[in-house]
Design a protein around this ligand. Structure first.
Ligand SMILES: C[S@@+](CC[C@H](N)C(=O)[O-])C[C@H]1O[C@@H](n2cnc3c(N)ncnc32)[C@H](O)[C@@H]1O
Length: 230
């Protein structure tokens, strides 16, 4: 996995990341040849690729837009019952945090340290309730004992080589996540072994349906396939 440095100005609050990244204090946004780097100032943490000043972060506005009990994801997890949800591929945290904001109890896992840091910064900066966020391999969590999640949520990276180029955020996440030698079928099978109530698998509308979901929630851009546990 790529080692990433954290550049920050003197107004940034980066103490919580001191043991996780090499911290470099600079007077302003850095000019660097690092392939990827984190930047923090008074407004929080963002992740950049060389030459990309805008970078990516988890914006609160995007979370607020998604946080509704009638959103397609909330319907798929049955958010009105406030279930315990295990989100084993947390990414920037938008899906998981939006569920937490409508009262679900979230355990979230992200394996790429810089991506985890973006989600962690958002979580603490905005004091999102009902969330525990780990930087780990989600598969290890899925296979560990004492999982008591009603819902397991799977949002894997889309496979490479599709016609449409993925958005910038997905390109960042894909490059930072590295390879995963498990297939989406493996993840689904593993999740169905541990979920107490259901597994929710996020797919693009034209991606193949795996096995027989109990039901689906469809929108133009995304499909949630819902499976019952084994
Ligand atoms: C499509 S993104 C998830 C986006 C997320 N749902 C959101 O709302 O921002 C998939 C994420 O899964 C992470 N990932 C891939 N394999 C993983 C694993 N084995 N354990 C934990 N995270 C993993 C990737 O690093 C990536 O950030």
């Amino acid at each position: 996995m790529i080692g990433v440095r954290l550049y920050h100005d003197t107004l940034a609050d980066v103490d919580r990341y001191r043991d996780l990244f090499e911290l470099i204090v600079v007077p302003e946004f850095p000019v660097t040849t690092d392939e990827f780097f984190l930047w923090s100032d008074y407004s929080g943490l963002s992740l950049h690729r060389m030459g990309d000043r805008a970078g990516i972060k988890t914006p609160l506005e995007a979370l607020r837009r998604r946080a509704s009990v009638v959103s397609p994801l909330a319907k798929a997890v049955n958010a009105t019952t406030h279930p315990k949800v295990l989100d084993v591929m947390a990414g920037l945290g938008r899906d998981g945090f939006s569920l937490a904001m409508v009262g679900c109890d979230l355990c979230m896992v992200e394996k790429a340290l810089p991506v985890w840091a973006l989600a962690d910064d958002c979580l603490h900066r905005h004091q999102i309730p009902n969330v525990v966020l780990h930087c780990k391999d989600g598969w290890d969590v899925l296979c560990s004992e004492n999982i008591d999640a009603e819902v397991v949520y799977l949002d894997a990276m889309y496979p490479e080589g599709k016609k449409a180029l993925p958005g910038k955020e997905m390109q960042y996440l894909r490059d930072l996540a590295g390879d995963d030698n498990r297939t989406i079928e493996d993840w689904l099978e593993g999740a169905r072994q541990v979920a107490l109530d259901r597994v929710v698998l996020k797919r693009r509308p034209r991606e193949a349906v795996i096995g027989k979901p109990a039901w689906q929630v469809r929108t133009k851009k995304v499909r949630f396939d819902v499976y019952r546990p084994h």
